[in-house]
Design a protein. Sequence first.
Length: 368
Amino acid sequence: MTAMPRIRRIIEGMSMSMSMSMSMSASHRTIALLSALLLAAMPVLANAAQVRWPLAWKAGDAWTYETESIDRSIEDGQPQAMRITDLTEIRVNEANANGYVQTWTTRGSRVETVEGDRSNVDMLAPILDDFDGYGIVVELGADGRYRRLRNLDETSTKIRTAMQPITRLNSQKMLDGDGTKLAKADREAVEAMVEMQLAALFESFFSRDVVETMTTAHIRTFTGFVGGTFATGKRYRDAEPMRSPHSGKPLPAKREYTLTVDKRNPNLARLRWTHTLDPNGDVDALWLLASEFANDDIKNIRGEGRPQDLMLQEKGSVLFRRDTGVIELLQTDVVSRYGAAHDERERNRMRLVGAVRTWAEEDATTKR
């Protein structure tokens, strides 16, 4: 609700009072008018003990974010790191009582090696080029929460099409580099077998569930708390499940989150959370995650009891405008580990183009 109706009603009321008491001095009338206007224009700052995150999306709304993702991992004992940047536009296509439809479009993606070899960068660069300007169409519920990926089939096909020449090239390099010279017929037989294996791998690694998880994880995070009402400073705890970063399957977890009002700008609110895998949760789900991290069949790694040294944790922070609900800054830091088989850290950042707060300012604020 905007302040304009309140201002109009206050001015009308003041006009009636003025007609009844013409003896009020001009200075008193000015002070009364300014006070009324000030009170009416500050609904967003009222009731600071409780903050509602407004869900004010309208059809035609659009925002552009500068995004950055830095992924660090250990591969064959060597540290590897790469950085991806792009511009992401979020456009509201539909907004009604049933929910919302948004299109998320990335443009100008760039990937670079931060540490280690360039193999992953060389593999990702052409895929990012293929998806430049491509829109992910998502449906959200009336509460603003993620519901489904509307163009999932089209997106799955596009990912598979982009990945096929790369996987075939890697397979060809493996055949050419094993030092074994094969007769033409034998080589054709091996290549046919490799094609069958690749087809099976594509069905597994690029299933509908996996594609949806890969392409919408950041969207689920972006919409995870919108529309809620929070007591400032209160520490909330729940058992909201996490999702496997590979298969998207639900995982037992514990979550804590707290909202505070920014001290420098009371129109900004900051919500921080920590979401951690529960090592005492469903043992089958834990072993499934361990097998995904180890890139091995679960029957090959499952032992007695629970998997040891298995970790998945996300720490996040979102800064949003209290008057409009628009997100200014969003950051997540994800750590995943399973013994010596898997060790990865990923930082993701989104900053609204034209935001009042820079990342340097936010980092300085949150470190105090």
